[in-house]
Design a binder for this molecule. Structure first.
Ligand code: NIG
Ligand code: FE
Length: 415
């Protein structure tokens, strides 16, 4: 047995999430667990995952004891709006006073208020804020995440956001996947000529993003008040033509056909889906579109949760993500989001684990690298002070994260 850089073990319960496919339907109820397990890490990758007895005598430069703990793959947060700046806590009060999320957005607050903050900040300031966010979610076990543009809403500021994400990916230790969401909102200077904004996105921003390799995905906020189905189709088709994967913010506030559009275009994923109807859900299942559900947003906006059980019953691959952003879901706590997915959306605890690890990796197209503890993958895992995965939810509201290993290094440890 070769020497490991890091040996995690013994582990009370090692949840590997090893699987050659995303988990759907009944298969989401079964979690692969090794009792008295161990994970051996070399050069940032998993070299061994299995029983502790097999490697207890192996040489290791560093050891991390996880006896009586549960170890799971590092969380993959498949939907965040990092990078952003600024405080929108006052919008909370406005919503409690009865104004809707969209009303606040239409009157110059919401997304446009974050846009103003992003536009006046330098790349360095934005990077600093993004690093802070990445650190806050890392400490809660997120070792891979997606980030988006969408608060720049012009060529320079959209690329500024995407360059920040590129830099974060370079710095590590987290894996960062970038998405171009220039079609997040029509900026004020295009209010009277929205077709010109769609043209800017399809003819200038997306071609530049593709040419410079600034993002792997294109995304659109398809919603009454943001972008119509027709505009969304044009933008996503352009992104696909340029070689990007496609994602869509769909049926968040109203059922306006976003889920069906996601199926029509064979998007990698559709997100939110609070109001998605049966037909749209069936179409998504038929086209293998991942349903990325964001229970933090429903909770924060005090809306009914997405019909998660329906997505599972109809055979969709279901992922759960934070939607971390300053307006509709301001949380850095992935386990908190999973708690909402269980108690609010009705996922079983095992389903919530698949949804935030391997299935989420599929949503980002990084399933060969992340999402499970298997030899050859990035060495990303979370050590949790609970005897088994069920206890992640049984004493709810606790913080059981003991340590986080990202890219083979102990990146955070409870002091
Ligand atoms: O996914 N729905 C659109 N966009 C974000 C919110 C962005 C914001 O309010 O700043 C979301 O919820
Ligand atoms: Fe979002």
């Amino acid at each position: 047995m070769t020497a490991f850089d890091l040996l995690v073990g013994p582990i009370g319960a090692l949840v590997t999430c090893a699987s050659d496919r995303p988990r759907r339907g009944e298969d989401m109820r079964e979690l692969p667990v090794v009792a008295n397990g161990a994970v051996g890490i070399s050069a940032g990758r998993i070299a061994f995952a299995g029983g502790y007895d097999e490697v207890c005598d192996a040489e290791a430069r560093e050891r991390l004891d996880a006896s009586s703990a549960t170890v799971i793959p590092g969380f993959v947060d498949a939907h965040t709006h990092i990078p952003f700046l600024g405080d929108r806590s006052h919008e909370l009060v406005m919503r409690f006073e009865g104004r809707s999320y969209m009303e606040i957005g239409q009157s110059g607050g919401g997304i446009l208020s974050t846009m103003r903050n992003v536009r006046v900040s330098s790349g360095e300031e934005l990077l600093k804020a993004a690093r802070k966010c990445a650190g806050r979610i890392l400490r809660h076990g997120v070792t891979s995440f997606e980030g988006k543009s969408g608060y720049g809403l012009d060529l320079d500021n959209e690329t500024k956001q995407l360059q920040v994400l590129k830099q974060l990916e370079k710095e590590g230790p987290q894996k960062v996947v970038s998405t171009c969401l220039s079609a997040h909102f029509v900026p004020p200077e295009f209010k009277q000529k929205r077709d010109k904004y769609v043209e800017l996105v399809t003819e200038e921003i997306l071609p530049r993003v593709a040419r410079e390799g600034l993002a792997g995905f294109v995304d659109v906020f398809c919603e009454n008040g943001a972008f119509t189905v027709g505009e969304s189709r044009a933008i996503l088709e352009k992104g696909i033509e340029l070689g990007l994967g496609a994602k869509i913010h769909a049926d968040e506030i109203e059922d306006c056909g976003g889920a069906a559009l996601a199926a029509e275009l064979s998007c990698r994923s559709a997100e939110h889906l609070l109001k998605a109807g049966d037909e749209g859900i069936e179409m998504m299942a038929g086209k293998n579109v991942v349903a990325t559900l964001l229970p933090g947003t429903a909770f924060f906006l005090r809306k009914p949760f997405a019909p998660a059980r329906k997505f599972i019953e109809k055979g969709c691959t279901v992922a759960v993500a934070s939607d971390l952003n300053p307006g509709s879901s301001y949380t850095f706590n992935m386990l908190g989001v999973l708690t909402l997915s269980v108690f609010g959306m009705g996922l079983f605890p095992e389903e919530a684990v698949w949804a935030s690890t391997l299935n989420a990796a599929y949503a980002l197209g990084i399933e060969k690298e992340a999402g499970s503890i298997e030899p050859g993958k990035r060495a990303d895992l979370v050590v949790l002070d609970v005897p088994n995965p069920l206890h992640l939810f049984y004493p709810f509201g606790e913080d059981p994260v003991r340590a986080v290993v990202a890219s083979g290094k102990v990146a955070w440890r409870r002091s």
